[in-house]
Write a protein that binds this ligand. Structure first.
Ligand SMILES: Cc1ncc(C[n+]2csc(CCOP(=O)(O)OP(=O)(O)O)c2C)c(N)n1
Ligand SMILES: CC(=O)[C@@H](O)[C@H](O)COP(=O)(O)O
Ligand SMILES: [Mg+2]
Length: 631
């Protein structure tokens, strides 16, 4: 029972008594709106302190309550898509009292995780996987003769991804029991794009449907006791008179659209759906940010937030220098000014990738393709075939979705595409699903690619210029957040391809730093009196520099914020081996495991990429054999 002495808990009499959906299902239905109010207020309270994803979760408070109320979770499987909207789900499934640890080291994840709760039926974070996973669970239940409901909850943005339609296409062709719930809040992170979004809008605002709805409301206005009939009558009439929807054509029984904030209607509809066989598609209409005016008014801003004032919504910003993302955005606009061939593409990450200004200034040269990374890359290939110069802005972890397009459509044809790969390396609170841990490893083997990693802000801009001017596919990968604060010279020239530089002369040990690892490498070098090279290029490597360093030092250490396996250090090892050069090398980077959510600096310490970790790794490996620090 709630502690009476906690003043906040007096506003959470119902919520504090819910430690699982079993407790929720004991509540009388008429108390659920009260619970929704408590849950919404608690969600705002929590995220105002921790930061995280807010607007999406506010939009599904009622839907989450109704789902756990009607379905026998966790026996019935609830699969969230992306999962950024699943904080209400986490609060109702036993994690209310851990919400203050959200996305922190040792705390609960910002996304559903199987290892975190039996109610988290599928690990998510990347979009549009829920229907595929749910279909897999449904097929398994059928195969095992188990009776259970499987429900995927997917947003209108996520529904626009190819993978979602692959799953609908497959599911619709089978004899299977599956529920797909479309949470249609008419928003992705940005306003939605694409024909699917337009189609959904037509479904909601169809003239016929709207007029009938208004007509029925007026007809029943004088008979409040019959008001509930409106919903039922609408369903009936609509089913008879409306043309079948795309989803029915795909084999689903389409129900809706219904109001996703009307608990009574949701519960009634979900109960009906629960008892129906086959593939069911429920179209639910919600408002992103519902119940918190700042988020309702600015769902883009309140999609992902820093801590904020829960009364005013004022976001608490830690003033810092320009982020790498902002440097990219500035470079992009400046280049577009002088080169009309430049076009920019984002797979639904306009704000996060720094394209807001570009989109405003060059709308006809800006393409937000929705959550469609595969399409984004091959669209760029097509644009390049016709002499335009596409720049694809893409997060490293989302870039993983477009691997064959990178190989088969861009690199094999040696097309002039520039990839601005943001969020490369560890990303902090978003955790393992969003870490850009592998892009060096999966890009490096591809012939024709040039791959650069800037050590600071100025180098980032120079590398973007270098990549853009390079007449083939080129990648610049840079981390989330800010750099070391290097002054930016917009006039600085492009870099000579494949050329690194010595930043410090030391003795016996040479540290080959890639990207932002240059800063810690320089600090370590002061302790160990090491030489430091800023390698700049992962492909092609500066072979002459590496041979020279190998020739003049006893030990080589490579450092990168990418998986050690197949990363930049591997490239150096391969180069030395190819020349038959035997050298004592140590490769530092991300280990062969997933790095949990935490602050970025905590993650670096966890993997030994902080100053202390680098020094101890070097000393540990070389100790006992002329410890380099004795030099
Ligand atoms: C593969 C992939 N690309 C991009 C993203 C970034 N992302 C997270 S949520 C989101 C928008 C999702 O829109 P929708 O499904 O409508 O959910 P809503 O936020 O509206 O609830 C995007 C693009 C992602 N998580 N995964
Ligand atoms: C849920 C999702 O995938 C995005 O909201 C992502 O969390 C954005 O990451 P950044 O905060 O690094 O832009
Ligand atoms: Mg949406």
């Amino acid at each position: 029972m709630p502690q009476r002495n906690d003043p906040a808990s007096t506003h959470r009499l119902l919520l504090d008594a819910i430690d699982s959906p079993v407790d929720l299902r004991r509540l009388p239905e008429h108390r659920l709106p009260e619970l929704a109010a408590e849950l919404r207020s608690f969600l705002i309270e929590c995220v105002s302190k921790t930061g995280g994803h807010l607007a999406a979760g506010l939009g599904v408070v009622e839907l989450t309550i109704a789902l756990h109320y009607v379905f026998n979770t966790p026996h019935d499987r609830l699969v969230w898509d992306v999962g950024h909207q699943a904080y209400p789900h986490k609060i109702l499934t036993g994690r209310r009292d851990r919400m203050h640890t959200l996305r922190q080291k040792g705390g609960i994840s910002g996304f559903p995780r199987r290892s975190e709760s039996e109610y988290d039926t599928f690990g998510v974070g990347h979009s549009s996987t829920s229907i595929s996973a749910a279909l897999g669970m449904a097929l398994a239940a059928k195969q095992k003769g188990e009776r259970r409901q499987i429900i995927a909850v997917i947003g209108d943005g996520a529904l626009g991804a190819g993978m979602a339609f692959e799953a609908l296409n497959h599911a619709g062709s089978m004899d299977i029991d599956l529920v797909v719930i479309l949470n249609d809040n008419k928003m992705s992170i940005s306003p939605p794009v694409g024909a699917i979004s337009n189609y959904l809008a037509r479904l909601l605002s169809g003239k016929f449907y709207t007029s009938m709805r208004e007509g029925s409301k007026q007809a029943l206005a004088g008979m409040p006791q019959l008001r509930h009939l409106v919903g039922r009558w609408e369903e009936h009439v609509k089913g008879m008179l409306m043309p079948s929807t795309l989803f029915e054509e795909l084999g689903f029984n389409y129900i809706g659209p219904i109001d996703g904030h009307d608990l009574d209607g949701l519960i009634r509809t979900l109960r009906n759906i629960r008892d129906m066989p086959g593939q069911r598609f429920l179209h639910v209409v919600t408002k992103k940010g519902r119940g918190f005016k700042p988020a309702e008014g600015e769902p883009v801003t309140y999609h992902g937030v820093t801590p904020f004032d829960k009364h005013t919504g004022q976001l608490i910003k830690t003033a810092t220098g320009p982020t790498y993302t902002q440097i990219f955005g500035g470079w992009l606009c400046d280049t577009a000014e002088s080169d009309p061939r430049l076009v920019a593409i984002t797979p639904a990450m306009c704000e996060g990738s720094g394209l807001t200004a570009f989109a405003k200034r060059f709308p006809e040269r800006y393409f937000d393709v929705g959550i469609a990374e595969q399409h984004a890359v091959t669209l760029a290939a097509g644009l390049a075939c016709e002499g335009l110069k596409p720049v694809v802005a893409i997060y490293s972890s989302f870039f993983q979705r477009a691997y064959d397009q990178l190989v088969h459509d861009v690199a094999l044809q040696n097309l002039d595409v520039t990839f601005a790969v943001d969020r490369a390396g560890l990303v902090g609170p978003d955790g393992a699903t969003h870490a850009g841990s592998f892009d060096l490893s999966f890009c490096r083997p591809i012939p024709n690619l040039v791959i650069m990693a800037p050590a600071d802000e100025n180098e980032c801009r120079r590398m973007l210029k270098t990549a853009y001017e390079y007449p083939g596919p080129a990648i610049v990968r840079y981390p989330r957040g800010t750099g070391p604060g290097a002054p930016i010279d917009p006039q600085a020239p492009a870099l000579p391809i494949g050329q690194g530089e010595i930043r410090r002369q030391g003795s016996r040990i040479a540290i080959l730093a890639f990207g932002p690892m240059l800063q810690p490498a320089l600090e370590v070098a002061e302790v160990l009196d090491a030489t430091v090279a800023n390698m700049r290029f992962v492909k092609p490597l500066d072979a002459a520099l590496i041979w020279d360093l190998a020739d003049r030092h006893e030990f080589l250490v490579t450092i990168e914020e990418n998986a050690i396996a197949g990363g930049a250090g591997s490239a150096v090892a391969e180069l030395l081996a190819a020349q038959g050069i035997v050298k004592r090398c140590l490769h530092l980077g991300l280990p062969d495991r997933y790095i949990e959510h935490a602050e970025h600096h905590e993650q670096l310490a966890d993997v030994g990429l902080d100053i202390r970790g680098i020094i101890s790794s070097i000393q540990e490996v070389f100790t006992g054999q002329n410890n380099p620090s004795d030099a």
